[in-house]
Write a protein that binds this ligand. Structure first.
Ligand code: AMP
Length: 213
């Protein structure tokens, strides 16, 4: 299973991709998580990406393509993977095609989560992320058992620095301008499934499973 999740920020990609990855026993590869790790570790890449991410802009394609090339070459990605947050531009999509077809493998499946912009802005204001393990919560729809503490690992729950309203609006704008054409590209290859991403997490998960079966 080689699966790509496409959706605006806060559409539930991360939550759903994590669930599917554990259901299928394949790695969940989130370029956003990889970048946040690099920022936390203070690597040269992290230092470069930090300000770009905080502003809500995209990190340059060549950096992202190099990062994903390395990650897909690791042995755990051999039996399949779920990509979350990549590709985000047409250039990234074309490079990914070249990388995958180089392995002589079957076509990818692409799920696009549809959530209206105004719902996104509301969702993100209430989103909290575990600073330690990356688990995602929503203060109303999926609150942690103990305020501010991750159910899974006990880590601290924080609002992401790029989850401010200004950065979210910028991320939405870049989604519509740069990432929505990626969905059209996959549609033209007949690889795309569109799933309504509004509603409770479990219901959306069921819809995704159905669309893949
Ligand atoms: P995410 O966690 O997927 O919402 O990503 C957070 C931020 O990381 C984005 O707003 C971008 O600044 C950066 N980022 C993640 N993936 C990519 C990508 N494929 N291309 C460019 N920038 C990315």
């Amino acid at each position: 299973m080689k699966l790509i999740f496409i959706g605006p920020p806060g559409s539930g990609k991360g939550t759903q991709a994590k669930r599917l990855a554990s259901r299928f026993g394949i790695p969940h590869i989130s370029t956003g998580d990889m970048l946040r790790e690099a920022v936390a570790e203070g690597t040269p890449l992290g230092q470069q990406a930090d300000a770009i991410m905080k502003s809500g802009a995209l990190v340059p394609d060549d950096i992202m393509i190099g990062m994903i090339r390395e990650r897909l070459a690791r042995p755990d990605a051999g039996k399949g993977f779920i990509l979350d947050g990549f590709p985000r531009t047409l250039v990234q999509a074309e490079k990914l095609d070249a990388l995958i077809s180089g392995n002589g493998s079957e076509p990818m499946r692409v799920v696009r989560l549809l959530v209206p912009d105004e719902a996104i802005v509301k969702r993100i204001a209430l989103r909290r992320t575990c600073a330690q393990c990356g688990a995602i919560y929503h203060l109303e729809n999926q609150p942690p058992k103990v305020d501010g503490v991750c159910d899974r690992c006990g880590g601290e729950l924080i609002a992401r620095p790029d989850d401010t309203e200004g950065a979210v609006r910028k991320r939405l704008e870049s989604f519509h301008r740069q990432t929505a054409p990626v969905a059209d590209y996959y549609k033209s290859k007949s690889w795309l499934k569109e799933v309504d991403g509004t509603g409770p997490v479990d219901q959306v998960f069921e819809k995704i499973e159905k669309s893949l079966s």
